[in-house]
Design a protein. Sequence first.
Length: 669
Amino acid sequence: MQTYVTLKSIVMALALIGAFGYFFVRARHLYRLMRSVEGQADFKLDRIGERVKILFTDVLGQSNVRRKPLIGTAHMLIFFGFLAIQPHSLMLMIQGVFPAFEAGHAIPGIYRAYLFVADILAVLVLVGFVYALYRRVVVRPDYLTMGTDANLIILFTCVIVITFHLINAFLTLLPTTAGSSFTYAGAFPISERVVTLFNLDALSPAGIRSGYEISYWIHIATILGFLIYIPGSKHLHLLAAVPNVFLKRLDRPKAIVKTDIEDEEAETFGLGKVSELSWKNVLNLYACTECGRCEEQCPASCTDKPLSPKKVVHDFKVDLLAQAEAIMAQNFDAVEPIVREGSPVTGDVIWSCTTCRACEDICPVNIEQLDFIIETRKHRVLMEADFPPEMQETFTNLENQFNPWGFSSDSRADWCNDMDVPLMADNPDAELLYFVGCSGSFDDRGKKIAQAMARVLQKADVNFAILGPEEACNGDVARRAGNEYIAQMLMMQNAEVLNQYRPKKILTGCPHCYNIIKNEYPQFGANYEVVHHTELLLGLFQQGRLKVANHHPAQLSFHDSCYLGRWNGIYQAPRDLLASINGGAKPIEMPRSESKGFCCGAGGARMFMEETIGKRINEERAEEIIAAGAKTVAVACPFCTTMLRDGILEKESDVQVKDVVEIIDEATS
């Protein structure tokens, strides 16, 4: 027996050194790769207290995972049960090398309490896996990765849990070590049931010892195998998810990275190779769990486009690891482009994105998928001149006439002829600058929304003005299409005008105008208070400056604009506003609403691109609107108005599409 104990100590020591050594070598390799890339992270480590709190809510509390209740609960059972096993398993490893070691000697009460809780939590892992297997075998959602990798992890974990209980069961039957006062009797509420269930106490002392040693070696070997497997599998997220969550963007508003296009030393712009990623981007890649929630929410993926946010992250990670040697050697010239012949990342993938941000909002580990897509677009446009052909005319119109349709910029204020709407040039002290936007200035449907906005402001006796011909396109279309050159030209032009007048507050009726002026214009020295019309109108009602004259029919639903909701967190204001003119009745909610609202298909410059692959996104949303049973769908974005109107007409429905301000205009006097 003593010979076996000595041999066990030697074998265990070598196994631990080998497994942990390999793990740390692989982890160091991944860390070195993350630090070897060229890109600069737009990141600032601040608000440490808030980030620590996030570790408790998002990691330990699993708040993001629990947004899907059933699988979230199952994941929590697996997560906490697996964590609970590890201290006891570590003690067993140490005991394998140093047989006299016993944690129960030093802290018997605490250790016994821990074992009692861990024994219960461990069996709950199996409960969680029962649902996980049901989901994989029976439900089989399209967005869930059904690969060998995940199945191996399930197998590993189940073996670890089962052998954990067997070890505990045999521990209750083994004789107490000489001189030890610690006993395992009563410490394992579940494992002691295993003894009874399988009649293990009927075994001979030699049989009990053999059962323990067999369970022990299977348990330890599986854990060490799991440790070796993690760095090269999708479960790399076990290492990267926690730091990625800790370092996540804390504010919902998000600005597109500003590229210094005047940098004469820059050899490239945007993201053309994986070596040009930042360390934060790489950490995002490592953190991906391939859970598929992003794919489930993605409007492009839901309508059979080739884009899957999950697959984009996976393909970038595969490309990064495949070219790791050249990157770590700083031989960046040898790194192949992301979009190349044979690459799964194609132009159709990159240009299918509507930048709705559903993927980022739903991701349980806070990956920012849009950074990869928009920066790749930027490289394709600026460096390769490779973009959808219809965007050429849009870019030309933006550059020459400062609007995507190519109308004369001198006609920007024609929509308000005979409406007594002053220009900022004539009313520089206005309390509110109404930034009308291109749609409100030139699109026939958008003009009606702008006119309704002007009438409502006049009813509320608001001192406002517009820029008229001094206003240019906000730059959103160009920037999200990757044309940073034109985008910055437009943004700097507007910033100069804004800084000339220094408005007290800026009003927009377009969420795209709202988002870019509020969150991205500060990059160009124009930092002003910006309000969306739903927020302003609600405030005017609350102040008593607007009065309801005609209640709107109750059969009303509301479509969340991506750039108002997911990009800026404005969900409640439009709903409260609609309720205020509808006798307090809330709008009819569609199945996909608020943070899970479904895109109209116009964002990310898709408004000006042809949609030739799969089902049209606006038709998918139109079907949901019609099924909701409302007579009118309220929107808060001119792009959404156009897209939903077209989709509903295609379905030959009589559901009306109205901007919120049009409804307010009708309801007030």
